[in-house]
Design a binder for this molecule. Structure first.
Ligand SMILES: O=C(O)CCC(=O)C(=O)O
Length: 269
């Protein structure tokens, strides 16, 4: 822990970046962490993700969601070095600036390791799973390794965060098809930021439609995401899809309460 570079300094974003996020519902910040900083944290993140793996079925025995990535949650609670990374003030301050709010709390973190020959990530909306007020959440998606053009980073539908729930349901081939049809009908623009370096990060809003391509390479695509929620956000009555999150990520708080249990620490200020 002692030699870990601190990620607690604050970076001032140009106004145009926050403006872009508010208009598009996504943005990319290159070099948010340096490759050297990532090299310090990566071994702990990978070790913790591997230790936390719960789905040990071969990839061809899993459904589309299971083939998209190996997903491990809340590394911040499993390992002190992961906690230092997830709780970094640098990241939380960027999240607050992009959302245009005073402060942010942690909703949860997760690693999303797309295995060699891993499948595509179907189009979906994160907030379909989250019983939280609209417009108050943002996800940082950061690779720990270079993402080459043949793997690619996420695809976003620009402006879709303003539309709200398109009722595509849980992540599946069905959500993918429904959203493809929706995009065609509404002719909104799709964008991707292409290859990324370790420490570059994309940010997207809770309702932004997004997807990712498959991994046709022999190398894993190690990504960590941190989901932030504006301080002062209320928990909403859950839909059936949101009941799991209400039980798991909000430390016993109930609809009508503010997010604020010890499961959701204030990360900035
Ligand atoms: O990493 C991926 O393939 C998808 C990530 C994603 O859907 C998210 O971070 O919300």
């Amino acid at each position: 822990m002692n030699n870990l570079p601190s990620l607690d300094d604050l970076i001032e974003l140009p106004h145009s970046t926050s403006e872009e996020f508010s208009q598009k519902g996504h943005t990319c910040i290159r070099g948010l962490a340096t490759p050297e900083e990532i090299a310090y944290y990566r071994p702990s993140i990978e070790r913790t993700a591997n230790a936390g793996r719960y789905d040990h079925r071969p990839i061809d025995e899993r459904d589309t969601y299971g083939q998209a990535f190996l997903q491990v949650h809340n590394l911040w609670q499993r390992d002190a070095t992961c906690n230092a990374f997830v709780s970094a003030r640098r990241f939380a301050h960027v999240a607050a600036s992009l959302l245009g709010v005073e402060g942010v709390r942690l909703y949860h973190d997760q690693t999303l390791f797309k295995e060699p020959n891993g499948g595509y990530t179907p189009w979906h909306q994160d907030q379909a799973y989250w019983p939280l007020e609209n417009g108050k959440t943002i996800t940082m998606w950061m690779p720990l390794e270079e993402i080459t053009a043949d793997v690619g980073s996420m695809h976003f539908v620009t402006g879709s965060h303003k539309v709200g729930n398109v009722d595509a349901g849980s992540i599946s081939d069905a959500s993918n098809q429904k959203i493809e049809e929706w995009i065609e009908k509404n002719s909104l623009r799709q964008e991707t930021y292409g290859p990324m370096q370790p420490g570059d990060a994309t940010f997207h809003a809770g309702w932004t439609l997004h997807s990712a391509g498959p991994n046709p390479t022999l190398n894993e695509r190690p990504v960590i995401t941190v989901i932030f929620v504006a301080d002062g956000t209320k928990i909403t009555e859950p839909t059936p899809l949101q009941e799991f999150d209400l039980k798991i990520w909000l430390g016993g708080k109930q609809p009508g309460d503010y997010v604020g249990s010890s499961m959701n620490p204030l990360l900035y200020p």
